[in-house]
Design a protein around this ligand. Structure first.
Ligand SMILES: C[S@@+](CC[C@H](N)C(=O)[O-])C[C@H]1O[C@@H](n2cnc3c(N)ncnc32)[C@H](O)[C@@H]1O
Length: 262
């Protein structure tokens, strides 16, 4: 069985598996930036295939997309041109001080900060890179969803998609590592003509109150923290929808501002 990450290593498969033809995530991020009065310079950290970065670029912003995966960056430069695409690790990155008005971090990329040191590294890097009053806009899983709920943990989930005539099937098992506060995922991909491909990944199970605490410790004021509507909620966010007030469902949407004196 081979390993690695089938989707991150093959960005065209990533987009086939998670199509966002209406650019909902990009539109939501653009709306947040407008709503909270962000300046034009944006860093999309964990930018993946670059489609959200390119959407923001298309709204007239000056955008840098950054990711750890060279395959993603190469794909982004070809398929979603406009932004500058650079390698960076979100757990500790360095751009010129105060060079961005907003940092955007979508689809749970922030939850690759597995440890408190990782989180500190991410927020210290955001703080260094942002102008005073700059925004952090993030969208991710909500760790609190798993308190008292096992519906995503009870049995392996089978899903699939077809790309260029080949059907890829994923069997996904999620477990909670309580000591590490991680949601661990084992996924086995099968497809005709391909050896079974196993990949393991994990997301921090970040709780709303600890997120508020660590943001405050790094000089950020939380402007909004809510479970929906957002680009990956049901029903999905639409233009005109305001941030919600609840924190119960399985997504977390964060808008925070670096306090001007931080
Ligand atoms: C689920 S994808 C989200 C991509 C994109 N933000 C989106 O919403 O489509 C997560 C991305 O985070 C990147 N990533 C994972 N760990 C990272 C790290 N430590 N630093 C930077 N990027 C990372 C992966 O390469 C992948 O492109």
């Amino acid at each position: 069985m081979s390993s690695g990450n089938l989707l991150t290593d093959n960005p065209e498969l990533y987009e086939a598996r998670f199509p966002d033809t209406d650019r909902l995530a990009g539109r939501w991020a653009a709306d947040c930036l407008r709503r909270y009065g962000s300046g034009p310079r944006v860093l999309d950290i964990g930018c993946g295939t670059g489609r959200d970065a390119a959407y923001l670029h298309g709204t007239g912003r000056s955008v840098v997309g950054a990711d750890l995966s060279e395959a993603m960056l190469t794909y982004a430069r070809t398929h979603h041109p406009g932004p500058a695409y650079v390698p960076a690790d979100l757990r500790g990155f360095r751009f010129p001080e105060r060079s961005f008005d907003a940092v955007v971090c979508l689809d749970s990329a922030l939850l690759y900060c597995h440890t408190n040191d990782d989180l500190d590294g991410f927020l210290a890097s955001c703080r260094r890179s942002l102008a005073p009053g700059g925004l952090l806009v993030a969208e991710m899983r909500n760790g609190a969803f798993f308190l008292g709920r096992t519906e995503l943990l009870d049995a392996p989930a089978v899903s699939g998609f077809t790309w260029q005539g080949t059907t890829y099937t994923a069997t996904t098992t999620l477990t909670v590592d309580r000591a590490a506060q991680l949601l661990r995922r084992t996924r086995v991909w099968t497809a005709e003509g391909m050896a079974p491909h196993e990949q393991r990944s994990a997301w921090r199970l970040l709780l709303p109150q600890e997120l508020r605490y660590v943001l405050a410790a790094h000089g950020f004021e939380v402007l909004a923290l809510y479970d929906g509507p957002g680009p990956r909620t049901e029903p999905a966010w639409q233009e005109g929808d305001a941030p919600g007030a609840r924190l119960d469902a399985d997504r977390l949407h964060l808008i925070a501002r670096l306090t001007p004196t931080a």
